[in-house]
Design a protein around this ligand. Sequence first.
Ligand code: THU
Length: 161
Amino acid sequence: MEKRHVGFDLIVYGSEGELTPEDLSLLQKAREVRDGAYAPYSGFKVGAALLLESGEFVVGSNQENASFPSGLCAERVAVFQAGARFPDTPIKSIAITASGRVAKLSIPAAPCGNCRQSMLEYETRQGRPIRILMQGEAGVIYECPSVASLLPLGFDGSFLT
Ligand code: THU
């Protein structure tokens, strides 16, 4: 028997002031798109902004539906859009931010399991890590080095060969 460590070092920024100008502007884009999210049922608005290697930005917000399972999370709206519009351009970073219906969200909004799985597909495909930044409406910002770090022992296409 052996024990293997599968964790990662989470970087925690105390506030936006500690971010690079590039990360701050990505987070700002995520906030802008979050405010236009279509979330009439949950009231929970999420915005995601991607920075591509080309310098291009792609954004997404959650899109809900009266038939609940038909809606989609912000992260998948963004990465699917990037996949459709810029299929050959790697994604460098994604910033994710969320706001609640009532109380001001002061803890970072971590992507759900389905979004982690979807983002892993793009990371695996491009062969380079996608950095993830997350924040609530205010407060600390988390940085994760890759999607794989958020989905240890993940399932990818290599199992299907
Ligand atoms: N949501 C996201 O957009 N991203 C996530 O990673 C978690 C949840 C959305 C889906 C739904 O519209 C609302 O937040 C409440 O779950």
